[in-house]
Design a protein around this ligand. Structure first.
Ligand code: GAL
Length: 340
């Protein structure tokens, strides 16, 4: 009898603990050096975050080594050699574990898109539930940014290694700053600055997310918007963009639409508070919906240090929503509570 009670108690505890959710409250300090759990500064610039099966994965440009200025350009073409795309994982959005370079540079092939002498920027990963593949889209360019292509890589797991499939100009159009967005109906879209950055294209991806359908729209024509970061809330799409001033900060702007493909209604600068007219010295890269929470979004910006790009930082701020309006107020510090 006693033995049965003990067995019952053990089974109850196993059942209880396995169903238990943990919660954590962490502090985010926008613009302050953010270390991973091993104490190294997080190196994932121009990035985005994918939530998959209880874990967040942060992908971004690994900017390592010396920053140099490419000679002969009529703009400040500061660069670091390409080393690849880094990935960090986290359950609580505050403590990040470095998962390694999930797409690596190819130093021994000068013709490869992934050769260190090229440009690889703004990688974003989405998961295709039909094919079971993780699909990465990124900006691929020559050192002087004249190639203006989009690159694709795929993997069976979120932490790679991703297989590079090549690059091209989507729909024959130039593609530089970019993001991808998977809607809740399974359709996915590629948003990219085109026509020499003058116009933002939004194109629907094929069902496997590896190519483009013929459906696309030209948005903000001749407005020179880049650094697109999109999210969906209350059945509206919200798109934050920056102006076009290379690594230097400028004023952000957001627009809203009933469909990803537009028409987009331009609203205003979503940033408020200290240095809001310069996006807090940052530039948009992604808006992260916090899993399991209604209407909870984090706006992610890069704080570029153009003469030492490796030391560029991150500004993560909560988005405040009211009807069709959004606001991103500056905060020196804020807390995030996550259940997992
Ligand atoms: C920015 C762009 C960055 C990078 C940079 C190069 O405007 O958003 O991703 O391309 O120009 O100067």
């Amino acid at each position: 009898m006693k033995k049965e009670i003990i067995i019952q108690f053990v089974l109850y505890m196993i059942f209880f603990l396995s169903g238990c959710t943990k919660s954590s409250t962490g502090t985010i300090q926008p613009g302050v050096i953010w270390n991973d759990i091993e104490g190294n500064p997080i190196n994932a610039h121009g990035g985005g975050v994918l939530y998959h099966e209880g874990t967040y994965y942060w992908y971004g440009e690994c900017k390592a080594g010396e920053t140099t200025l490419l000679p002969g350009q009529n703009w400040e073409c500061y660069r670091t050699n390409v080393s690849g795309v880094s990935c960090y994982s986290s359950k609580d959005l505050v403590n990040w574990k470095f998962e390694g370079l999930v797409l690596k540079a190819i130093p021994d092939d000068i013709h490869s898109d992934l050769h260190p002498s090229k440009v690889l920027e703004r990688p974003k990963v989405i998961f295709n539930s039909k094919t079971g593949k993780f699909v990465m889209w990124m900006h691929i360019d020559s050192a002087d940014y004249s190639k203006a292509c989009a690159g694709i890589a795929i993997s069976d797991t979120p932490t790679g290694e991703f297989k590079y499939l090549g690059s091209h100009r989507p729909l024959g159009a130039m593609s530089r700053d970019q993001t991808v967005f998977a809607d809740d109906d399974g359709r996915a879209y590629h948003l990219f600055s085109s026509e020499d950055n003058a116009t933002l294209y939004i194109a629907e991806l094929t069902d496997d997310y590896l190519g483009h359908k013929e459906t696309y729209t030209r948005n903000f024509i001749n407005k020179f918007r880049e650094a697109p970061a999109i999210f969906k809330t209350n059945n509206k799409y919200v798109l934050i963009t920056s102006g076009c001033s290379a690594w230097d900060p400028n004023e952000a702007e957001y627009a809203v639409a009933d469909s990803v493909l537009g028409n987009w209604t331009v609203m205003s600068n979503p940033c408020t508070g200290k240095d809001a007219d310069k996006t807090f010295y940052g530039q948009s890269t992604f808006v992260l919906p916090v899993a399991g929470k209604t209407n909870t979004y984090i706006a992610m910006f890069d704080k570029w240090e153009k003469t030492d790009l490796e030391t560029s930082g991150y500004i993560w701020l909560p988005v405040t929503l009211s009807r069709d309006n959004i606001e991103i107020p500056w905060k020196d510090e804020w807390t995030i509570e996550i259940e997992y």
